[in-house]
Design a protein around this ligand. Structure first.
Ligand code: SIN
Ligand code: MN
Length: 205
């Protein structure tokens, strides 16, 4: 469903089996040596989530992408697996958009997790100008995802992103402000055997 021009909510995109497999995979990736950590952003605030990047690491101090986690432990970033790239391409194609993702930010939210309003604008200027979409896939607990306009003060709409949902924003929606205002605890399908929420955002650098 197109919720803004160039922004699409695809509820239930993943089957339950795919959700179970992806949730396990997120746990494994996060448990690797270059796995989950809590980023500290500019001005010293700790983010209210855990993060791990694949393909390229997003440095929370400089807001730039790099090959090693120089704002945290200096470890090389884990690669972005081909099958996850292919999944993101398929999701984008479903909305009529194209993307060649070379990085993914995997966030893990507990029931207290949230993410302030921001724009995804640290990718290459050319990529953003061309409107290549960000592809978001969620598993686990549902989240209150807010999206507004290209100015911080623009009115916000709230979408509940449930386990298995995809959300794609590109074209004229590529720079819309968005964030996660809360997690709905205990809403993950029980078969996933997880608490909390994983969200993967695939991006082209
Ligand atoms: C993000 O904006 O980078 C993540 C959004 C989400 O967790 O749904
Ligand atoms: Mn974002």
């Amino acid at each position: 469903m197109e919720v803004f021009p160039g922004a699409f909510h695809l509820p239930g995109y993943l089957t339950l089996e795919e959700q179970i497999a992806l949730a396990r995979r997120c746990g494994t990736i996060g448990g690797e040596p270059a796995g989950f950590y809590t980023p500290t952003v500019r001005y010293g605030a700790r983010m209210r989530l855990q993060m791990v990047c694949l393909g390229l690491h997003w440095n929370a101090r400089t807001y730039k992408y790099e090959k090693v986690r120089s704002d945290y432990d200096g470890l090389p970033v884990q690669p972005l697996p081909d099958d996850l790239k292919a999944l993101a391409r398929r999701v984008a194609a479903e909305t009529g958009m194209e993307v060649s993702p070379d990085l993914c930010i995997l966030n893990s939210y507990t029931e207290e997790g949230r993410l302030g309003l921001h724009q995804d604008k640290d990718e290459r200027a050319e990529t953003i100008a061309a409107g290549y979409p960000v592809v978001s896939i969620s598993v686990g607990d549902s989240a209150k995802f807010r999206m507004g306009g290209t100015r911080r003060k623009d009115p916000l709409r709230t979408f509940i992103l449930r386990s298995g949902d995809a959300f794609v924003f590109g074209g004229p929606s590529r720079l819309r402000y968005h964030g996660v205002s809360g997690i709905l605890p205990g809403t993950a399908p029980p078969q996933l055997e997880i608490q909390g929420r994983f969200n993967l955002t695939f991006r082209q650098y």
